[in-house]
Design a protein. Structure first.
Length: 219
C-alpha cells in the first residue's frame, strides 16, 4: 500500500483520526510564523497521547522545520520524541547529517521551466538526498513559500523522479485527486495538509476520504 502522511496537525482529535484512518506518518509544523505552527509543548502532549492510545500501531511522527538553528531542531526532536525531521528550507547537506532523527528533505519542483530542465534540476537534488541516505518529499516551488500552498505541479516530472528513487509526493493533493496522482507518479508515499481541511481546520471526514482514496489507488 502507498504510505500517506497527514501534515499540519494541531489537535489530538485530528491526530487520532489520522491514525485511525491508517496514516503512516503524522506531521507537526514547528516553523515560526506559519499558520499551522504548533508550540513544542502542545505537540509533545498530543504525540504522547496518540502513542499511549495507539501503542505499537501509532504512526511515525514527523516535525517540520525550515532554516532553524540546528540546536533548536534537535531540542524539539528530543522534547517531542520525533521519528523524522522534515527540512523545508535551504539547509545544506552537512546540516542534514547532524539531525538527531531520520530526515525527510523537501525538494521543490519548478514546473514553470521546460519539463526536461525541471526533471534534471530536481533529480540532481534528489540524488544528493539519496546519497546521504535520507528520504525525499517533492512539492511545488512557489516563490516566497516554504510549502503547504495547496498547489499541484506537473506530475509527469514527479513520475520521472519516482522511477529512479522512492519519494513522497506533496502539493495540492486531496481526496478527489490523490488517486490520479498515485496512478501517474507511483510514489512511495503521499502527503496532504490543506486538502483535508475545511476553512483552514482539519476535517475528519476529509481525512477518512483521503485515506480511502489512497487505499483504492494501492490495489
Amino acid at each position: 500500500m502507498i504510505e500517506f502522511k497527514i501534515c499540519g496537525l494541531k489537535s489530538l482529535k485530528h491526530a487520532l483520526a489520522a491514525a485511525d484512518a491508517g496514516a503512516s506518518l503524522l506531521g507537526f509544523v514547528f516553523v515560526p510564523g506559519v499558520r499551522r505552527r504548533i508550540p513544542v509543548q502542545e505537540a509533545a502532549h498530543i504525540i504522547r497521547s496518540v502513542r499511549r492510545a495507539r501503542g505499537a500501531d501509532c504512526p511515525r511522527i514527523v516535525g517540520l522545520f525550515a532554516n532553524q538553528p540546528l540546536a533548536e531542531v534537535n531540542d524539539t526532536i528530543k522534547s517531542c520524541d520525533l521519528d523524522f525531521a522534515q527540512l523545508c528550507g535551504d539547509e545544506p547537506p552537512d546540516y542534514w547529517d547532524n539531525i538527531d532523527a531520520w530526515v525527510i528533505r523537501q525538494v521543490k519542483v519548478d514546473d514553470e521551466m521546460p519539463r526536461k530542465s525541471a526533471i534534471d534540476t530536481a533529480l540532481r537534488q534528489v540524488d544528493e538526498v539519496v546519497d546521504r541516505i535520507h528520504l525525499t518529499l517533492l512539492d511545488k516551488q512557489v516563490k516566497g513559500a516554504l510549502g503547504g500552498t495547496g498547489h499541484t505541479f506537473d506530475w509527469h516530472i514527479a513520475s520521472e523522479i519516482a522511477r529512479r528513487h522512492p519519494v513522497f509526493l506533496a502539493g495540492g493533493l486531496a481526496p478527489d485527486n490523490v488517486r490520479q496522482a498515485i496512478d501517474t507518479v507511483r510514489p512511495w508515499g503521499v502527503d496532504v495538509s490543506s486538502g483535508v481541511e475545511t476553512d483552514g481546520v482539519k476535517d475528519t471526514a476529509k481525512i477518512a476520504a483521503f485515506a480511502e482514496a489512497v487505499r483504492r489507488a494501492s490495489v
